[in-house]
Design a protein around this ligand. Structure first.
Ligand code: HEC
Length: 610
């Protein structure tokens, strides 16, 4: 298409139009409404996207980072009633066939119109025979983030997450008259790394009508934001808790507004590492897309307070035992003093149990003596008195190890505890075995606060009340034979573990040290049925956790658990303890590495879920 004179004038007038609202004309050429050409889009070509995710009509969550690892991603905005969009059904299917397999392109059909119901879309998609991913963009979030204003309109994102093309699929709604296959040519260029011939050109068809930005006209703290922060942040961001500042009231939220918007959009807060859609876990700390957008919206509007007298009352937090009075309580033998500075400290305290028989523990809770400094707790078990010997050698209470392990050959642990979560309870009929006479070696990870802090934490056990409780077992896929070369930013390490009998998986716990970047665990049955177990995409050594599945996952004998992990041993990695980087392999010290995918399981011969 040659640029029209008006187009040229518009280009010249660009700077004046920067604030202009989208504008449309009825073109002679298409006899349909067309975007006023080159009104500068809010989302320019070249924009790089991060943390863009969406859920399909089937309920699967995908994110752009993962999809672009395989190939480019095309979003096509469609509408069930738009006659021009309807004309493109065959063309879209052919395009998908051409690019899907060998070129690993993902096509996502997005229905963003407020009036297109999920049922309308499902019916339409079935009739049109679309097999690509289909999304109902309920809040108009995808449309806004990708800068779409019309249907049909295509957006191409390349493998680096960069916006390479936005515009019509081609230049004529009648296929026989098409002269320029914009989308097709943009894709070819994207695949070969060539420049995209036409990066942006006005779309024509029907205007998108998004729901009123998905949000009320004025998003205010009192009406909309306070409840989000109360529910998702105050468990940690309150007086005396582990987070470094409180988010208890409007003043707090206002002061931290920018950070709140940034950290929630990046999904760094609330801390929850598993990628959505890869395993479903108990007590997921995840904001919904709408909540994240709502916060961003509020911050962009200058963080208005609204009627502060109408803020919902602060929730009551249980400072006591979340699961009620424990069956047994153990306490650190003495108070421990944590110095103001230095690296975090991992210290073990011995708590003898003296039970005369083996016990089965269904849940563990911890009451930190000092919530400011206790970051997390792992109760390890010792049946040989080895930890007592280590304790005797350390002049201070308990003992410290060079790494994050307990420093002796433990027979197991009783799970773990971290602030801000209700302790996980194992399913009825499953318990951690606490062998008779064992010592609990309570490892406490202490943050430094810049002040001298004192802590004496307690731990409560809840025993299984079921006769013949099944023993919780901990399996692992481990690679201990790797060396990460210095300077390498994405070093892959693999491991597998065969499952020899029928089991139920109950939880997963990836473990690496400072150089870990991501770890993904999958399980595949002998028949080839694959299950996503967990994917930590943005590993953070400080937020390791045991992730309990919402439902036990059955794996028949002959299944295999596979682990794929990546490590960053470049200078660019701010967590790299070595400058300049050195080769790093397996070891106990934090500055060594580990690569373990732990999984909690029970034998199916001993347990069946309710
Ligand atoms: C499970 C506990 C926990 C929850 C829940 C939590 N935070 Fe945090 N937050 C922390 C801790 C601990 C830190 C400091 C250390 C860190 O960044 O890991 C922190 C740090 C932050 C920071 C500062 C980061 C920086 O370094 O400047 C922001 C902003 C933040 N949180 C916002 C939020 C918001 C908003 C929510 C709720 C939507 C939230 N947090 C929920 C524990 C939590």
């Amino acid at each position: 298409m040659k640029p029209h004179l008006t187009t040229l004038l518009l280009i010249l007038a660009l700077p004046l139009l920067l604030q202009a609202a989208p504008d449309y004309t009825i073109t002679n050429k298409h006899r349909v409404i067309e975007e006023a050409s080159l009104n500068p889009n809010r989302v320019p070509i070249g924009t790089q996207f991060s943390y863009l995710n969406f859920t399909t009509l089937n309920g699967d969550t995908h994110d752009l980072d993962t999809l672009t690892e395989q190939g480019p991603v095309i979003f096509v905005f469609l509408a069930t009633e738009c006659p021009v969009a309807q004309r493109y059904a065959m063309r879209l299917r052919r395009l998908y066939t051409e690019f899907r397999t060998e070129k690993h392109t993902t096509l996502v059909a997005v229905y963003a119109n407020e009036n297109d119901s999920v049922d309308d879309i499902k019916a339409y998609v079935a009739k049109a025979g679309y097999t690509f991913l289909t999304v109902k963009d309920t809040t108009g979030r995808l449309a806004r983030r990708l800068g779409a204003t019309m249907t049909p309109q295509a957006v191409v994102i390349d493998t680096t997450g960069t916006l390479r093309y936005r515009g019509p699929i081609d230049d004529n709604r009648y296929e026989t008259r098409v002269k320029h296959r914009y989308l097709h040519d943009a894709l070819l260029a994207t695949h070969t790394g060539a420049p995209v011939p036409v990066k942006e050109t006005p779309a024509f068809g029907c205007t998108l009508h998004l729901s009123e930005s998905g949000f009320p006209a004025e998003v205010t703290y009192s009406e909309h934001i306070a409840s989000i922060l109360q529910k998702n942040c105050q468990t940690c961001h309150r007086q005396g808790e582990v987070a470094p500042f409180t988010l208890a009231n409007y003043e707090d939220a206002k002061v931290w507004a920018t950070e709140i918007a940034e950290y929630t959009q990046a999904r760094l807060m609330p801390p929850w590492r598993p990628a959505p859609g890869y395993g479903h876990f108990k007590s997921e700390r995840l904001l919904t897309d709408t909540e994240i957008e709502m916060i961003a919206h509020w911050v962009a509007a200058g963080a208005p307070p609204g009627d502060l007298n109408a803020v919902p009352p602060t929730p009551e937090f249980h400072e006591g035992w979340a699961l009620g009075e424990p069956d047994w309580i153990g306490e650190m033998p003495v108070e421990y003093e944590i110095g103001p500075e230095g690296e975090d400290e991992y210290r073990q305290f011995i708590i003898p149990t003296n039970f005369k028989t083996d016990m089965y523990v269904q849940a563990v809770d911890v009451q930190p003596g000092n919530r400011k400094t206790v970051h997390h707790v792992i109760p390890y078990l010792d049946v040989n008195g080895e930890a007592r010997k280590l304790d005797a050698l350390d002049p201070k209470p308990g003992y410290v190890t060079e790494g994050t392990g307990p420093g002796f050959d433990t027979v197991g642990s009783l799970g773990g505890w971290a602030p801000g979560v209700t302790p996980s309870v194992l399913p009825d009929g499953v318990g951690f075995l606490l062998p008779k006479g064992a010592d609990i070696v309570m490892q406490v990870h202490y943050y430094r606060t810049g002040n001298v802090e004192y802590d004496r934490s307690r731990l409560g056990l809840y025993f299984s009340k079921t006769p013949n409780t099944a023993k919780l077992r901990i399996g692992d896929a481990t690679n201990s034979k790797f060396v990460i070369p210095p300077g390498e930013a994405w070093h892959e390490v693999l491991a597998s573990r065969n499952i020899k009998q029928d089991v139920y998986l109950l939880a997963a716990m990836p473990h690496m040290h400072l150089l870990g970047r991501d770890m993904r665990l999958t399980a595949t049955t002998a028949e080839g049925e694959a299950h996503d177990l967990i994917w930590i995409k943005d590993w953070d050594f400080n937020w390791q956790d045991i992730y309990h599945y919402e439902e036990p996952l059955f794996l028949p004998a002959g299944s295999r658990v596979d682990l794929v992990a990546h490590f960053d041993n470049s200078v660019e990695n701010p967590a790299n303890p070595n400058d300049p980087p050195v080769p790093v392999g397996w070891g106990e010290k934090t500055t060594d590495e580990m690569c373990i995918g732990f999984f909690y399981y029970v034998k199916a011969s001993e347990f069946s879920p309710k």
